[in-house]
Design a protein around this ligand. Structure first.
Ligand SMILES: NC(=O)c1ccc[n+]([C@@H]2O[C@H](COP(=O)([O-])OP(=O)(O)OC[C@H]3O[C@@H](n4cnc5c(N)ncnc54)[C@H](O)[C@@H]3O)[C@@H](O)[C@H]2O)c1
Length: 278
C-alpha cells in the first residue's frame, strides 16, 4: 500500500505502547484511526495523545479474545468511517515459565490473546477489506520471539511463532486481493509489556510484590531501555508502504537468526548425508 493518506486504520492494543506508536505514525501519514483496546481509560488518554496529529481518531472498547467484541468493533469502525483498509492486530501479553510448571489456564489465556486475537482480527476484517475492492494491509504484531526462542518464555515464544507462520502464509493468499501483509518482529521496545503477565488467570505475584523480585527488575530494565514505540511506528508505516513482509527493528539480533539457519542447514544435511532419504 503506497498511499496511507485517507485510509482507515483499525488498531488493537491501541491504548498504549506499540499500538499507539503505530497509530501516531499512520495518523501522521494522513490515515483515519480507530483505536481498539480492552482498557477504556487508556483509550481516552490515547485519543488525547493523538490530538496533535490532526487525524480523525475514534475509539472502541474491545477485548480481542472475544470474537463478538471484535465483530462489534468492526461494525463501529464501519459506522464511524464507512470502510476500513489497514488492520493492525497488535494487542498482546507476555508470560513465561518452565515446562511442567505453567498452569494450563495461563497457556489458554496467552493463546487466546496473542494468537486467537490475531485470528479474529483477520477473520472479521478481511471480508470487509475485500468488499470495497480498494485494497488494504494487515499488520500482525509478533516479536523476535517468533524467530528464536528464549529459555523460560515458552508460552510467549509459541504464540509469536504462530503469528509469524500464520502471516507468512497469508501474504500469498491475500496478494491477489491487493491486501498486503506484514509481521512486526521487534526486540525490546519501551512499553508496558512486562506488566501484562500480572493479569494471568492463575494470579500469582502482584505487581507490588514483583517490584522487589530481581527477575522482574531485570525485565523492566531491559524493556525500559528499549526502542521508542514512536520510532517503531514510523518504521512500520514505511514498511507498509514498501509492502515488506517482515518488519525487523533490531539489527543486533541478526547473528542469532543466522545461527538458527546454520543449525537448520546442518541438521538438514545430516538427513541428506545419511543416504536413506533420497
Ligand atoms: N515491548 C516489547 O519489547 C515488544 C517486543 C516484541 C513484541 N511486542 C508485542 O507488541 C504488542 C504490543 O505490546 P506493547 O509492547 O505495546 O505492550 P503494552 O502492554 O504497552 O500494550 C499492549 C496493549 O494491548 C492491550 N491488550 C492486552 N490484552 C488485550 C486484550 N485481550 N484485548 C484488547 N487489548 C488488549 C493492553 O491494554 C495494552 O494497551 C504485543 O503483541 C507484544 O507481544 C512487544
Amino acid at each position: 500500500m503506497t498511499d496511507i493518506a485517507g485510509r482507515v486504520a483499525f488498531i488493537t492494543g491501541g491504548a498504549g505502547g506499540l499500538g499507539l506508536g503505530m497509530a501516531r505514525a499512520l495518523a501522521n501519514k494522513g490515515a483515519k484511526i480507530m483505536l481498539a483496546d480492552r482498557d477504556e481509560a487508556g483509550l481516552v488518554a490515547a485519543k488525547e495523545a493523538l490530538s496533535n496529529t490532526n487525524a480523525v481518531v475514534e475509539t472502541v472498547v474491545c477485548d480481542v479474545t472475544d470474537v463478538d467484541q471484535m465483530k462489534a468493533a468492526a461494525d463501529a469502525t464501519i459506522a464511524a468511517f464507512g470502510k476500513v483498509h489497514i488492520v493492525v492486530n497488535n494487542a498482546g501479553v507476555a508470560i513465561g515459565g518452565q515446562p511442567g510448571e505453567i498452569p494450563l489456564e495461563d497457556w489458554r489465556w496467552i493463546v487466546d490473546v496473542n494468537l486467537m486475537g490475531v485470528v479474529y482480527g483477520v477473520e472479521v476484517f478481511t471480508p470487509l477489506i475485500k468488499e470495497h475492492g480498494e485494497g488494504g494491509h494487515i499488520i500482525n504484531t509478533a516479536s523476535m520471539a517468533g524467530h528464536f526462542s528464549s529459555p523460560g518464555m515458552g508460552p510467549y515464544n509459541a504464540t509469536k511463532y504462530a503469528v509469524v507462520g500464520y502471516s507468512e502464509g497469508m501474504k500469498g493468499e491475500l496478494a491477489p486481493h491487493n491486501i498486503g501483509v506484514s509481521v512486526l518482529c521487534p526486540g525490546w521496545v519501551k512499553t508496558n509489556i512486562h506488566n501484562t503477565g500480572f493479569d494471568k488467570p492463575s494470579g500469582g505475584m502482584t505487581l507490588e510484590e514483583a517490584k522487589s523480585d530481581p527477575q522482574y527488575q531485570g525485565m523492566a530494565a531491559v524493556i525500559g531501555g528499549g526502542l521508542s514505540p514512536d520510532l517503531v511506528g514510523e518504521w512500520v508505516a514505511e514498511c507498509v508502504e514498501a509492502n515488506r513482509l517482515y518488519i525487523f527493528t533490531h539489527p543486533d539480533f541478526k547473528p542469532a537468526i543466522d545461527m538458527k539457519y546454520a543449525q537448520i542447514s546442518a541438521d538438514y544435511d545430516a538427513a541428506k548425508d545419511d543416504g536413506r532419504f533420497s
